[in-house]
Write a protein that binds this ligand. Structure first.
Ligand SMILES: [Zn+2]
Ligand SMILES: [Zn+2]
Ligand SMILES: [Zn+2]
Length: 163
């Protein structure tokens, strides 16, 4: 595995339908590889998360499902989100309590995100050295870490040039 990967860049204006198609195709592959079932509901929730590159809240996903004529109870939608998270297909942005799709779910990884506070877009990287440094520091403190997510807020390059 490479030590440092850019999983998602900041996009600016682009044809997002292609991102969505790619994400769904990748989700099928990922589920096939992991022996998981991508049910219709899970696929629809994933498509809603992938509606853009900005994090989506669970509430908005419920609304989106209703717009498509579904009326799942919140627990059903949450379970679908949990499934997608466990499969590595979406990540939770803790500081926003919202979800983004992962552009490259295999190999599984913890989230390292740059979040633009102007346009709400999220870029994702996976840097093993950051992960190792955090683990080493946890060890030094005698702390057992069970998960970590790195979230850095700021302004993306597109918003810097447009303002
Ligand atoms: Zn896109
Ligand atoms: Zn990811
Ligand atoms: Zn921005």
């Amino acid at each position: 595995m490479t030590r440092r990967r850019v999983i998602a860049r900041f996009h600016g204006k682009h044809d997002h339908s292609r991102c969505l198609q790619q994400a769904l195709a990748r989700a099928y592959d990922t589920c096939a590889q992991k022996g998981l079932r991508l049910t219709q509901l899970r696929r629809q929730v994933l498509a809603l998360v992938w509606g853009s590159h900005t994090p989506v809240r669970a509430y908005d996903i419920l609304e989106g499902l209703r717009d498509k004529g579904h009326r799942p109870g919140p627990p059903t939608a949450y379970r679908a989100l949990e499934f997608l998270q466990d499969a590595g297909l979406v990540h939770r942005i803790e500081s926003l309590n919202a979800y983004v799709g992962c552009g490259d779910p295999i190999p599984s990884h913890t989230g390292q995100f740059f979040i633009c506070d102007h346009c709400d877009s999220v870029a994702e990287i996976h840097d093993l050295s950051v992960e190792h440094d955090l683990d080493r520091n946890a060890e030094r403190l005698g702390f057992h870490a069970d998960h970590h997510t790195v979230e850095i807020h700021g302004i993306c390059a597109h918003c810097q040039t447009s303002s």
